[in-house]
Ligand binder design. Structure first.
Ligand code: SAM
Length: 337
């Protein structure tokens, strides 16, 4: 009863307010709808952001992996380079300084290789024209130095000095193919007036030494020589290794002829050449007896010795050809007329 009365009493009020509430309600509903759409949009955008972030993170971590790997590889290379640099003594001056005054036991592989290379005809000194073909060849090894071989100079050089031993000081001596050898300087130091002829310049000056850069075939002089030395040279003259052409096939004999013309009658010749079965290649000729006889035509031979290599370090005299070994002929002669 009471409720009905209240309802009746509130009817005007509800008639007044209801339409308004309905429009408020409608606006609220549409706002709620818009909010729901907006929320959905936010969620979608948020999800997309998260996805993008994940992709970015993936890409970054991939890049980081790659750059880490690259750094590792570069590190390994650098370590290798440093190790190699250290091994050959570059960038380690302290190590090299220590070796410069050190003991043979301190010799390591890298420094030994440098020292061995320096001994060769391609080494540093050779590149400055200062290679003097040593009779004894040395090889450097870690903590050691060994004799690798002995070449024919071991006998040839003393033979030259022996055969010229009776020459009075001040004699005029021609050294043909003088580079790579100390013979010219020694003869000048012994008081002779020496002419050193070679297409390569002789690098050691001396007041008694005249250097002629050129071929013996073209040498002109004012005064004839008392002696001519041709040590391990004529066998190379005119061959391709020394700039020759096929037209120079006889260049060895032409050269010998010129040596004879430049020596006074009675003057001396000291000649050394490879000996054995006659042969020729790009680098040198090997002379047999007939070839030797041609070389010394016009000279009277008064001493002739054959050398034979027994092994890497041993040479001995011989009285015949040994086909299987390296041999050298040494001849001393006098100009006949
Ligand atoms: C194997 S080396 C001998 C060098 C030296 N006599 C010695 O005892 O070691 C030969 C030399 O002959 C020289 N030579 C080559 N052709 C020559 C020529 N036509 N006249 C003079 N020397 C020549 C080369 O330049 C080289 O120095």
């Amino acid at each position: 009863m009471l409720r009905r009365v209240a309802s009746a009493l509130s009817l005007p009020l509800r008639r007044y307010f209801n339409p308004r509430f309905q429009s408020v309600q409608a606006r609220l509903d549409s706002t709620l709808d818009e909010l729901a759409v907006a929320r959905k949009e936010i969620v979608r955008a948020e999800n997309e952001l998260i996805a993008r972030n994940d992709r970015l993170t993936d890409m970054l971590s991939h890049d980081i992996e790659i750059s880490t790997e690259t750094t590792k590889v570069m590190g390994t290379y650098l370590a290798d380079i440093l190790a190699a640099t250290e091994a050959i003594g570059l960038g380690v001056p302290e190590h090299v300084r220590r070796l410069a005054e050190g003991n043979v036991e301190d010799l390591d592989e890298a420094i030994a290789a440098v020292l061995s290379y320096a001994e060769t005809p391609m080494g540093f000194a050779a590149q400055r024209g200062l290679f003097f073909n040593p009779p004894v060849w040395l090889g450097y090894e870690p903590s050691d130095v060994r004799v690798l071989g002995v070449n024919e100079r071991i006998a040839e050089v003393p033979y030259v000095f022996g055969m010229l031993g009776q020459l009075p000081a001040g004699s005029r001596v021609l050294d043909v193919g003088a580079a790579e050898s100390l013979v010219s300087l020694s003869l000048a130091s012994l008081g002779h007036r020496v002419t050193a002829v070679d297409p390569r310049p002789y690098p050691l000056p001396h007041p008694q030494l005249q250097v002629v850069v050129g071929a013996i075939q073209d040498l002109e002089v004012d005064e004839l020589f008392d002696a001519v030395v041709c040590l391990s040279t004529v066998e190379h003259i005119g061959l391709p290794a020394y700039g020759g052409t096929p037209a120079d096939a006889d260049a060895d004999r032409v050269a010998m002829q010129r040596m004879r013309e430049l020596t006074r009658p009675g003057g001396l010749l000291v000649l050394t050449v490879p000996y054995g079965r006659a042969a020729v290649d790009e680098f040198q000729r090997v002379y047999d007896d007939a070839g030797l006889a041609q070389l010394v035509g016009g000279w009277e031979v008064f001493d002739r010795r054959l050398l034979r290599r027994l092994d890497a370090i041993t040479w001995t005299t011989a009285d015949r050809v040994f086909d299987d070994t390296e041999m050298t002929a040494m001849i001393a002669a006098r100009r006949i007329d």
